[in-house]
Design a binder for this molecule. Structure first.
Ligand code: ZN
Length: 125
């Protein structure tokens, strides 16, 4: 008989992993913020030395785009982690909404907020 719910111990483990991931995401957001702030603040300086540092100015632009990209990505990830924590609280975490089976642990570690198991997700495509 297939297991239809997580034990309290398992949920506690998931919560711990998600909280750890969340700390990591928050740190990454802070770092990206610092990076984007620095780029904005030094914008004038970059212009002042533009003529002698043409190549650097180009890579600054790339760094900024990269920093904003990462910032957006980490923010989204943080939202997903918060959603996963909500799901643990309301008892829907790690349970497939299509087949009501438990979602594989490996998949949950990758995408904690998922509400579809690998098999059902595959059928969708
Ligand atoms: Zn399923």
């Amino acid at each position: 008989m297939a297991k239809k719910s997580w034990t309290k111990k398992e949920l506690k483990e998931f919560r711990k992993v998600i909280l750890e991931k969340r700390v990591g995401a928050q740190e990454a957001i802070e770092r990206s913020k610092e990076l984007t702030d620095n780029i904005v603040e030094t914008g004038d300086v970059t212009n002042a030395v533009y003529s002698s540092h043409m190549a650097d100015a180009g890579s600054d632009q790339q760094d900024r785009e990269k920093a904003y990209y990462w910032l957006g990505r980490e923010r989204k990830f943080l939202q997903y982690l918060n959603r996963a924590l909500d799901m643990i609280d309301d008892g829907t975490f790690g349970i497939c909404k299509t087949c009501s089976g438990l979602i594989g642990k490996e998949r949950l570690m990758e995408v904690p907020h998922t509400s579809t198991c690998y098999e059902c997700k595959s059928k969708d495509h």
